[in-house]
Structure formats: C-alpha cells, structure tokens
Write a protein that binds this ligand. Structure first.
Ligand code: GDG
Length: 514
C-alpha cells in the first residue's frame, strides 16, 4: 500500500494521511503574542470538517503554535494541476488560516521528486553515490521556491514571523528577501546536515549555503549538524563566526543552533496504555504466543537500513540457533516515494533479502521476519510497540528518528522493552541508555539483540526510566517553544541584519582561511 497516494513525503508525521493518524490532546504550547506566526512546509494538510485531522506530535505542535498566534500555514496542497497556482487557495479553520498552492506535474517532478529527493536527500544522508544532480531539476526547485515566495508575499503582514521547514524550501528566505520581505525568518532542517566535505560534492552547493544566510535562525536536530553547517558556511563561503552561534557574510548574519525535535510523549504513552483492546494488537499478541517480538517501523527508505537490519537478524539466528522459533521480527515499512527509481530498487532488494532469510530459516508454523508495507493507525503502532520486547531502530543515517522515541514512550514502565539504536540517528545523542550499535556491523547488531533479549528486568527499568525522563522533558512542545522563543530574540535585527565589525572569533576564522 502506498503511504500517501500523491507520493508526497515530508518529515515524520506530516507524511501520514488522516486515517492513519490518531487525535491527541491539545494544550496551548506558546504564549499568544501580538505577532502572527507563518509556518511554511512542503506539504500542508487542511483539517477535515470534524476538525481533528491534524494529529501526530509534529503536526499537533505546529497547529498549537499557529492557534496561539492566530497563524497562517502555507505550502503545497499535494495536488498536481495542469496550470501552476499563482494565487494560494485560502481556507480558514478556527484560529488558523491555511494557504495552499497546486504544482504542475513538471514542478512536482523537478522540485520534489528530482532535486529535493534525488539530489538533496541522498547527499544530506551521506549517500553521495545515490545523489543524482540535474540542472533541470535544480531550476525547477528554484522556480517552485520563487513561486511560493511570490504567493506568500501577498499574504504577509509587517510583523509576521515566518518558520520554514525542511530541505524542500532552503532558498525560500532568499527569495522572500529578494522581494523586499524584512520579517524575521527561521528555518528548521529535519534531516542531517552533512560535513562540508560531503555537501561539497553537490554541484551548486555554495549557492545552497549562501541562501541559508538569509534566515535569522537555523535549527538543526543535533549539535553535530549545527557544527557541520557552520563549518560549511565558514570554509566554503569564507563567512565569519560570530559568538556564540552566529555566522556572518556580506552584511548578513544567521544563527545556527540545535533543537532536537521531540514527540508528544504523554499522548503516545496514553495511547499505548489503552491499546490492548485493539483487535490488531490482541491478534498479534495471540499469534506470538510465547515468542518474543522484535519490532521496527520505518518509511521504506534506503536511509533506514532495512535490508542491513534483516541481515543482522539473520546473523542473530545463525549465532543463536536456540532462538529459532522463539522470536519474531516484525518490520512495518510503509511504501514511500515510489516514483523515485532508487526507492523501487530498494523495494526489490528488501523483498529479495526477506525471501531468502524466511526461506532459509523459516519452519512450518514459524516465519522469522514478518514484513508489511501497509501503514497502521497510531494507536495500533503504539500497542505493538508496547508488546515488543525489542525496538530495533538502526538507520544508516537519520536526522532524529521519532520511532525510537515513540517506542520508549509506549513501554510498560513495570516491564519495559529494550531499545537498540543506531549511532547514526540523531536521537542516539539524546538516548545513550539505549544499546547503541553500528548498523553496518551485523555481528554487533546481532549481539545487541541477544543482549536485549537476555537483559534483566532491573537493567531494563533503569535504562528505560532514564530515557523516558529525557523524552518527557524535551518533548515536541518544548521543541516548538524553544525555536520560536529564539526566533523572536534573534530575529529582532530583522532584515537589516547588518554586521558591523567581526569579533575575535570572526577574525581568527578569517585568518585561518587566508
Ligand atoms: C524526518 C527525518 C526526523 C511510520 N509508519 C507509520 C507511522 N509512521 C510514523 C512514525 C513516526 C514517523 O512516521 C516517521 O518519523 P521518523 O522520524 O522516524 O522518520 P522520517 O519520516 O524520515 O522523518 C527524521 C523527522 O523528520 C522529524 O523531524 O526525526 O530524522 O528523516 O512518527 O511513527 N505512523 C502511523 N502508521 C504507520 O504505519 N500512524
């Protein structure tokens, strides 16, 4: 099943359609202020008539922030039209206004499937070999960003502050500035920001770096991403470092800071607690019998390391023959971006690996790996996480990874499962109490599975409660509030953004270059 029939993918929960989402509690997270908040994202889903369409941590947090500021949410409708929109279509829902644009098939191909998902996505995930750069796609990417800027400008008020999301829209601030917009503009990058040596491989990378200087504040998932971006601006463009977080060049200044995205912890924990009655959860529990469940949930994406993980599970079975028939590995992998050739290839590779392992290791009455490409409701996912003994989250590279956080939130505090986590997921920097592994080393992952299955209740509880404490404190509401607070603070210079004299850091970084 295709996760989203339009093939539209964005970050995290924004990718799921209404039927796949559950509704969560709605608390105000940002104090209302005089200025209006404008959120811009690749994809905008307008709530349905029941008003409860927007759910999932990220969408809830953004909607709450928008409600608190009587805000505007602008972006692509997800529709493809014969003619491009020149005017956004506006819908008012409660305190929030939605403004969406249709794209042409060519726009969608070049901007979305082409440059964003075939050139930027792989480079940002350190997959240089998979990155397909085309000048036509790049031109389409710029064209759509320019068209969005033109349409958005018509709706802006002088005191609006603007929050742009993700790699589809990196040049948006620059296009808005070119149209004379002087409002505060922030950007959050949901995926990794690679080292300059990696990004530098992409043709036109210095242009992409330069447009980032038009944001007042740039948020990344981790400190490492923030360092990589600052280093790129300094080394590739010759920008100055301005203490503590700033980078400046040609009279422009931006700040780069890590804001690790969180989840709606309490909503997920409560959904998991109540999920036992759900038919699919009951059925799964019954079919497991005495077997332990190892579970993974990912979009079907090569960054998530799905075939590598299956091979690590195979290695675990080879090394632990006593476990054959006693564990089941459930991989939920909703299909994603299937119009992009690399994703179709991945799908074939996963099916081959799966077939081989199940054929080799399976027995009548026991299939080692259960693999489903359908999406499930959030409540069902929460319930499945709760009955899993092990959460196996081993992306080859990931900005944050919300699934790891959701797995922890869904656990029964009295008998929690164990999280195995890739060191290359941003979340690993927040959750050192997980079993941290290198996803490229199937022997290491196999050992971690054994260790997780053998772990004492005492150790499981200690690890889980430390992780739960972190996730509860730095949840999605914290994330949105922290970013918006800093945007207000740093955005005060507005468009003038004049930088007088470089400070000491600046001087030293400049002399290091020369
Ligand atoms: C990007 C970055 C960053 C998945 N299958 C189903 C389902 N999901 C939900 C998960 C989770 C979300 O989708 C996936 O989020 P991730 O963070 O794991 O990964 P990406 O989609 O790649 O997201 C990532 C994120 O943006 C946020 O900034 O963490 O690094 O790549 O919430 O639960 N939800 C439902 N049914 C499914 O079958 N309901």
């Amino acid at each position: 099943m295709i996760l989203n029939p339009t093939g539209v993918q964005g970050a995290g929960l924004r990718e799921l359609d209404r039927t796949q989402r559950g509704a969560f509690a709605n608390k105000v997270l940002v104090r209302p202020g005089a200025a209006r908040l404008v959120v811009v994202s690749n994809r905008v889903t307008i709530p349905d008539a029941s008003g409860k369409a927007v759910a999932g941590g990220l969408a809830v947090a953004l909607k709450e922030a928008l409600e608190a500021h009587k805000g505007l949410w602008f972006g692509w409708s997800g529709r493809v039209a014969v003619r491009p929109s020149t005017q956004p279509q506006i819908t008012d829902k409660g305190a929030v206004q939605y403004a969406v644009m249709d794209l042409t098939a060519q726009d969608r191909q070049e901007y979305y499937s082409g440059f964003a998902n075939r050139a930027l996505w792989p480079i940002m995930h350190y997959r240089i070999g998979l990155s397909e750069f085309s000048r036509a796609d790049y031109a389409g990417y710029q064209r759509v960003n320019r068209a969005f800027a033109h349409a958005l400008t018509q709706l802006l008020r002088p005191d609006d502050f603007i929050w742009v999301h993700d790699y589809h829209l990196m040049p948006l601030a620059s296009e808005l500035r070119a149209l004379g917009v002087t409002n505060s503009i922030g950007y959050f990058h949901h995926i990794p920001w690679p080292a300059p040596e990696v990004l530098g491989v992409l043709p036109g990378c210095s242009k992409l770096l330069r447009v980032m200087l038009d944001y007042d504040l740039i948020g990344t998932q981790t400190e490492r991403d923030a360092d990589n971006l600052r280093r790129g601006l300094i080394e590739e463009l010759g920008a100055f470092a301005i203490r503590p977080l700033g980078v400046a060049l040609d009279g422009k200044r931006t700040r780069v800071k890590a804001f690790p995205i969180g989840i709606d912890y309490d909503a997920l924990a409560s959904a998991a607690e109540k999920s036992g009655a759900h038919r699919l959860v009951r059925q799964t529990r019954r079919s497991l019998g005495e077997r332990s469940l190892i579970m993974s949930v990912d979009r079907l994406d090569y960054s998530k390391g799905i075939p590598e993980r299956m091979e690590a599970f195979e290695r675990f079975l080879l090394a632990n023959p006593d476990q054959c028939g006693r564990v089941t590995f459930l991989q939920i992998a909703p299909t994603s971006r299937s119009e992009v050739p690399e994703y179709a290839l991945l799908s074939r590779a996963v099916n081959q690996t799966l077939g081989r392992i199940n054929g080799d290791k399976g027995e009548p009455g026991w299939i080692p790996i259960q693999y489903v490409t359908s999406a499930y409701s959030r409540n069902v996912l929460a319930g499945l996480f709760r009955i899993a003994r092990v959460g196996l989250v081993t992306p080859l590279r990931d900005g944050m990874n919300l699934v790891a956080k959701e797995f922890v939130a869904a656990q029964n505090p009295k008998d929690p499962g164990v999280l195995i986590l890739s060191r290359f997921a941003g979340v690993a920097q927040q959750l050192p109490q997980a079993l941290i592994v290198n996803p490229n080393d199937k022997f290491e992952v196999a050992d971690a599975i054994r260790r997780a299955l053998d772990m004492s209740l005492e150790e499981r509880c200690a690890r889980w409660s430390a992780m739960a404490g972190t996730l509860r404190r730095w949840d999605v509401r914290w994330w949105a509030s922290a970013f918006l607070r800093d945007l207000r603070q740093y955005g005060q210079n507005g468009a003038a953004q004049h930088v007088a004299e470089p400070d000491q850091d600046a001087a030293s970084s400049q002399s290091a270059k020369s």
